[in-house]
Write a protein that binds this ligand. Structure first.
Ligand code: FES
Length: 102
């Protein structure tokens, strides 16, 4: 279901944050004005991806440095590992994310 997650002005380009919606921890990223969302729990040991460092379209987990392409969830060192990415859209300055049904 689509859920309102932020206003476009809440997150500057190059920034990321963590937002909890229902049972989902979402990592939200602003890449040059385009918004992307990943499952916010790092698949390594549960680190907070939304509190990581965003460089271009790659986020680095703050705990042990695993890196993911925020557009797709693709791990940067392992082709076999892809982290869940959620669709986003912007309507009238509001950022929406489509999260799985609970
Ligand atoms: S918990 Fe993210 S790299 Fe270890």
């Amino acid at each position: 279901m689509w859920r309102r997650i932020a206003s476009v002005n809440d997150l500057a380009p190059g920034q990321c944050c963590e937002i909890v919606i229902d049972d989902h921890v979402i990592a939200l990223f602003n890449v040059a004005g385009e918004f992307f969302a990943l499952d916010g729990i790092c698949p390594h040991q549960g680190g907070p991806l939304g509190k990581g460092t965003l460089q271009g379209c790659v986020v680095t987990c703050p705990w042990h440095g695993w890196q993911f392409d925020v557009r797709t969830g693709q791990h940067q060192a392992s082709a076999a590992l892809s982290h869940p990415a959620f669709p986003t859209k912007v309507e009238e300055e509001v950022v929406w994310v489509r999260v799985p049904e609970a």
